[in-house]
Design a protein around this ligand. Structure first.
Ligand code: ZN
Length: 70
């Protein structure tokens, strides 16, 4: 594993990839065993802590009432 500390999840179905049988990040991509989506597992796909923090902040401020359904 190149990134042993990274939690990978499928771009398509958000399944936790790390616990899928045979999962490895060595090839730079992994085909999700749940939906068959080929997920990139490279350093480019790791969110920086700052980006995660910003996303969490955005989510905590998210108010669905500001986004009325059409
Ligand atoms: Zn998937």
């Amino acid at each position: 594993m190149r990134f042993p500390d990274v939690d990978w999840s499928c771009d398509e179905c958000f399944t936790y990839l790390n616990e899928q049988p045979g999962f490895t990040d060595e090839n730079g991509s992994w085909t999700c065993t749940s939906c068959g989506h080929e997920c990139a597992v490279t350093a480019d796909n790791i969110l920086s802590e700052e980006a995660v923090e910003r996303a969490e902040q955005w989510l905590s401020n998210f108010d669905p009432n500001n986004y009325p359904q059409p």
